[in-house]
Write a protein that binds this ligand. Structure first.
Ligand code: ZN
Length: 154
C-alpha cells in the first residue's frame, strides 16, 4: 500500500500548490466560513445553488496542505452534484475519517478521488484539517434549506 500512499500524497501536494476553484464567486448565493483553531486553517466557501443542484463552487483561505487540498478537491467533486449528494459525500468523508475502521476502505472506494484523504485517519490531529471544508459546506447548505439541522454534529 506504500505506493498508493505516495500517489495520494502527490495528489494532496498538487492541490495544495495549485488549488482549484480558488477565489471569490461573483454569483454565489450561499457562503460560509469555517475555522480550525487547532491548526489555524480558515476556509471561506462560496456556492451557487440552483434547483437543489450545486452549479458552481469556489473557496478562499486555506491553511495547511491538507486543509487547502481538501477544499480544492471538494470544489472539483461538488460541481453538478445535488444537495442530497453533497450531504452524502459529507457523511462519507466523516465515515472514512472517523468511522468504523473495518469498513473505512469500502467507504473510501465510494468516494472516488476524495479517497486520497483516507490516510489522514491515522493522524487524529489532522482529521479536522481534512473535514473543515466539509463542515463549512454543511453550514452553507443549512442556510439554504432548513433553519437548523441536528442530524450532524461536528
Ligand atoms: Zn490544518
Amino acid at each position: 500500500m506504500a505506493e498508493m500512499d505516495d500517489l495520494y500524497q502527490e495528489v494532496i501536494l498538487d492541490h495544495n500548490r495549485q488549488p482549484r476553484n480558488f477565489g471569490p464567486l461573483g454569483d454565489a448565493n450561499r457562503s460560509a466560513e469555517g475555522h480550525n483553531p487547532l491548526c489555524g486553517d480558515t476556509i471561506v466557501l462560496y456556492l451557487r445553488v440552483e434547483d437543489d443542484v450545486v452549479t458552481d463552487v469556489s473557496f478562499e483561505g486555506g491553511g495547511c496542505a491538507i486543509a487547502t487540498a481538501s477544499a480544492s478537491l471538494m470544489t472539483e467533486v461538488l460541481r453538478g452534484k445535488s444537495v442530497a449528494q453533497a450531504r452524502a459525500l459529507f457523511e462519507g468523508m466523516m465515515d472514512m475519517l472517523t468511522g468504523d475502521p473495518t469498513h473505512a476502505a469500502e467507504v473510501a472506494e465510494d468516494l472516488g478521488k476524495l479517497a486520497v484523504f483516507s490516510g489522514v485517519r491515522e493522524y487524529p490531529m489532522r482529521v479536522k484539517c481534512a473535514t473543515l471544508v466539509w463542515h463549512t459546506l454543511q453550514a452553507a447548505l443549512e442556510d439554504l434549506r432548513q433553519p437548523v439541522s441536528t442530524e450532524q454534529q461536528g
